[in-house]
Design a protein around this ligand. Structure first.
Ligand code: DOR
Length: 450
């Protein structure tokens, strides 16, 4: 194993409160020392991080890697390349694969495949219900023993109140979080986009905010006497932010995440010069400006504590179908950091230390990864680092994408801030200084992470 010295960066580690110009020394996959003016005489490599931010490796608690079953959209390997290109050293995969991750064997499959092929750490989220069918509970405690770091039927809500009550009780015993995709299905039958003026303009079936809000209200009420850690995935509505804010003020164990697109785009993005644009079809849907304002405010005031991507790759063929027939979902990993800079830092709502907390410490706590030393920089802990160029401007284009998906409504956007170097377990996995072909996997070393 090698010895690495990262010099003169602005080291920001929200977990310890560190924020200053320092060096980080790494040996054999672990951080050995953090401090000013370190001298490491036997360093194999010195990375000059002047004018850069040195952060704990970013963690995304919500990605779709499609393996097993839909490897044409993404694999654990290609998804991990997209993650590293975006500055993520750890991701948590949703279980809506084919078959669904609903038993310990499939949880182990994800770990085994990641160990063979992934360039970042990959943790599985187990399904709440067998086959994600919403009828019978999946093998929650056995999956937890096998390494599932959370539970969700994402892609669908756990719609039955009876099943949800049992799920909350069972997940509580594991100490993990139940992550809910909040969508009351009888209110969203055949829905394609947000229920508003744009859906009316196109004559498309609308997905109203209340379908999200009633599930959150119900679950918080169900959980009141159970006390499971309850996490709201991809919040989209202003009303939801208010419900979550009240529950947290009331001391309920509720957390919430947001995705970049819900902070930057309204339902008008579905109208591309008068025709519906399938690239902007996502679940929950893009809403209206006052929702964006409330979501951003929710992040700024600590109601929403986790920034995710909901990276949801689909093939170009699927995304070129008429909007009613196209699957929901957008990719997110490669551009999320810059899009969060645009949505949150540029308007002055949060600074870099807070942004990094929302992308490291908080998702680590959500998925129980602090126990593994992830999401923070600690001497003796794992050497997962993301070195960020905060001022670089770049344009989101096909050449900046390292996964299989091209389905993003942000194509052509000029953004600021990007991961320049990514270190996972002491190994440099992304090095844009060594490679001019950013994000194509070049510069990443395609070796497994144990
Ligand atoms: O838009 C979405 N796509 N939302 C989800 O909840 C699931 C995801 C997918 O798997 O494609």
């Amino acid at each position: 194993m090698t010895t690495l010295l990262v010099r003169n960066g602005r080291v920001i580690d929200p977990a310890s409160g560190r924020d200053g110009t320092m060096d980080v020394a790494v040996r054999d996959g672990k951080i050995v020392e953090i401090g000013a003016g370190l001298s490491v005489s036997d360093a194999d490599r010195v990375i000059d991080a002047a004018d850069r931010i040195v952060a704990p490796g970013l963690i995304d608690p919500h990605v779709h890697f499609r393996e097993p079953g839909h490897e044409e959209k993404e694999t654990i390997e290609t998804g991990s390349l997209a993650a590293v290109a975006g500055g993520f050293t750890t991701v948590c995969c949703m279980p809506n694969t084919q078959p669904a991750l609903d038993c310990p064997e499939l949880i182990r499959f994800v770990y085994d495949r990641a160990a063979e092929r992934a360039v970042c750490r990959v943790f599985p989220i187990g399904a709440v219900s067998k086959g994600r069918a919403g009828e019978r509970l999946a093998e929650i405690s056995l999956m937890h023993d096998a390494g599932a770091v959370g539970f969700s039927d994402d892609g669908d809500a756990v719609a039955s109140a009876g099943l949800m009550a049992r799920a909350l009780a069972e997940v509580r015993e594991t100490g993990a979080a139940l992550m809910q995709h909040c969508q009351e299905p009888t209110l969203t039958h055949e829905a394609v986009m947000h229920a508003g003026v744009v859906s009316t303009r196109f004559g498309l079936t609308g997905w109203p905010r209340v379908a999200e809000e009633v599930i959150i209200e119900r679950d918080i009420r169900l959980n009141r006497d159970i006390g499971c850690r309850y996490h709201v995935q991809h919040v989209s509505s202003a009303g939801s932010v208010e419900i979550i804010r009240r529950a947290r003020a009331d001391g309920q164990p509720v957390t919430a995440e947001v995705s970049p697109h819900h902070l930057l785009l309204t339902d008008e993005a579905v109208d591309r010069s008068g025709a519906p644009d399938a690239m902007a079809k996502v679940n929950p849907p893009l809403r209206e400006q006052h929702d964006i304002d409330a979501l951003r405010q929710g992040v700024a005031d600590g109601t929403i504590t986790v920034l995710a991507t909901d990276h949801a790759p689909h093939t170009s063929e699927e995304k070129s179908r008429p909007i009613e027939d196209t699957p929901f979902g957008l990719i997110g990993l490669e551009a999320a950091l810059a899009l969060y800079v645009k949505a949150l830092i540029e308007p002055g709502l949060v600074g870099w230390p807070k942004l990094i907390e929302l992308m490291t410490t908080s998702p680590a706590a959500l998925c129980g990864l602090e126990a593994k030393g992830l999401g923070r920089l600690t001497p003796g802990g794992p050497a997962d680092l993301t070195i960020i160029e905060p001022e670089i401007e770049w344009t989101i284009g096909p050449e900046s994408l390292a996964g299989k998906g091209r389905n993003t409504p942000f194509m052509g956007w000029t953004v600021k801030g990007r991961a320049e170097t990514v270190v996972v377990a002491g190994t440099v996995r992304l090095d844009r200084r060594a490679s001019t072909t950013a994000g194509t996997g070049a510069g990443t070393v395609a070796l497994p992470v144990s």
